[in-house]
Design a protein around this ligand. Structure first.
Ligand code: UDP
Ligand code: MG
Length: 318
C-alpha cells in the first residue's frame, strides 16, 4: 500500500502533550480516507516521551517512530522526518498543538489544486510573550530585507510539501539548517494559508532564548552575506570619520594654541573602535564556524532506533 500522506512531528520532552497530539492528528488524518503515516521524531527526549511513543506505536500501524541518539535540534528532527517519510505529500507540524491539525485538511485541498508547497502563515499568536512576538516579528522582517530569496513573513515550519519538493530538499547537505528558508530556496509553486497559532497545550517552550538566537543566526547567515557587507561599509565609514577627526586634531595642534583635551577623547575612541572591531570579528566568526561545520562532514543525525518501518530505509541522498 503506498502512503499518500506523511505527517512529520518533531518531539522533544513532550510527555504532557504527545498523546493528545497523536489523537488529534489521527482524527484529522482518518478523515482523508487515504493511507497515511504519522512519523514522530523523538529528538533525544529525557522525559517519558519515548515510552509514550512506544505505547502509541504499538496500538496503531499508522505510527512510526525515529529515536535519535541525543538531542540534535528541531530543524534536524524535521530533516530526519522528511528523509524517512514515504508519502506523496509531507506535512510538518509541531507536537504541542500550537499549529491546529485541522488545518492539514485545508493544506491538502490546496495541494489538490496543484500547489507544491502550502505553508501556514500566522496571523495571530496566542499565549506567547510580548518578547517572543516582538523578536520573531523583527527577525522575519530583518531576514526578508537581508536576502534575495523570497522567504515569507511570519511563517514557521508548519507546512505541506509535495514529494518532488521533499526529494529536492533531501539533496541539501547543509549542516546548520534553516528549513523554512530552504523550502523557499527550492522554489516550485508555493502558497500560504493563514491561521491563528494557538497556545501550547501544556508544558513549556522547548525553544529557550539560546536556541532562538541560534536559529535566527542560522537563518541570517545561511541566506545572506549582508552582515559581512554591513561590516565592510560601516568599517569604511568609521575610518573616514576617524581620518577627518585626525585632520581636525592635527590642525588644532599646529595652527592654534589649543589641543584636543586628552584622556576622555582617547578612551572614548579606543572603546568605540575596539568594541566595533570585536563585533565585526564575531560576525566573521559566525560565518567561519559554519564553514568549519560544513567541512567536518559529520552525519546530520544518528538514529538509535526506527520503529514501525516495514523495511530498511535508504535516506539521505549524500
Ligand atoms: N523540538 C525538537 N527539538 C528541540 C526543540 C524543540 O524536536 O530541540 C520540537 C518540540 O517538541 C515541538 C517543536 O519542536 O514539537 C517546536 O518547539 P516549541 O513548541 O517548544 O517551540 P515554540 O512553539 O515555543 O517556538
Ligand atoms: Mg510550540
Amino acid at each position: 500500500m503506498t502512503i499518500k500522506y506523511s505527517v512529520v512531528v518533531p518531539v522533544f520532552n513532550e510527555e504532557k502533550v504527545i498523546y493528545e497530539s497523536y489523537k488529534r492528528l489521527k482524527t484529522v488524518m482518518d478523515r482523508t480516507y487515504e493511507p497515511y503515516e504519522l512519523l514522530f521524531v523523538n529528538d533525544g527526549s529525557k522525559d517519558r516521551t519515548s515510552e509514550m511513543l512506544n505505547y502509541i506505536s504499538e496500538g496503531d500501524t499508522h505510527v512510526k517512530v525515529l529515536e535519535f541518539s541525543r538531542n540534535f535540534g528541531h530543524q534536524i528532527a524535521i530533516t530526519a522526518g522528511m528523509d524517512y517519510a514515504t508519502g506523496q505529500a509531507i506535512v510538518v507540524i509541531d507536537a504541542d498543538l500550537q499549529d491546529p491539525p485541522e488545518m492539514i485538511l485545508k493544506m491538502i485541498d490546496k495541494w489538490g489544486e496543484g500547489f507544491d508547497v502550502v505553508y501556514g502563515k500566522r496571523i495571530e499568536r496566542k499565549g506567547e510573550t510580548f518578547f517572543k512576538k516582538m523578536t520573531a516579528a523583527l527577525f522575519y522582517r530583518t531576514l526578508r530585507l537581508s536576502t534575495d530569496i523570497d522567504i515569507p513573513l511570519d511563517t514557521g515550519d508548519f507546512r505541506l510539501i509535495d514529494r518532488r519538493v521533499c526529494n529536492e530538499m533531501k539533496r541539501i547537505p547543509e549542516k546548520n539548517r534553516f528549513m523554512r528558508g530552504l523550502v523557499s530556496w527550492v522554489g516550485f509553486n508555493q502558497t500560504a494559508i493563514e491561521y491563528v497559532r494557538d497556545e501550547r497545550l501544556a508544558g513549556e517552550t522547548k525553544y529557550p532564548l539560546k536556541k532562538m538566537l541560534k536559529l535566527s543566526i542560522d537563518g541570517l547567515t545561511s541566506f545572506s552575506y549582508k552582515p559581512l557587507k554591513i561590516a565592510t561599509y560601516s568599517g569604511a565609514l568609521l575610518s573616514i570619520a576617524g581620518f577627518v577627526y585626525m585632520i581636525v586634531a592635527l590642525a588644532l595642534r599646529f595652527f592654534t594654541s589649543s589641543t584636543v583635551p586628552g584622556w576622555t577623547s582617547l578612551i572614548v575612541i579606543q572603546l568605540l573602535f575596539s568594541g566595533f572591531t570585536l563585533f565585526i570579528l564575531g560576525v566573521i566568526g559566525e560565518y567561519i564556524g559554519r564553514i568549519y561545520d560544513e567541512t567536518k562532514d559529520r552525519p546530520l543525525y544518528i538514529v538509535k532506533e526506527a520503529k514501525g518501518f516495514s523495511s530498511a530505509h535508504r535516506v539521505r541522498a549524500m
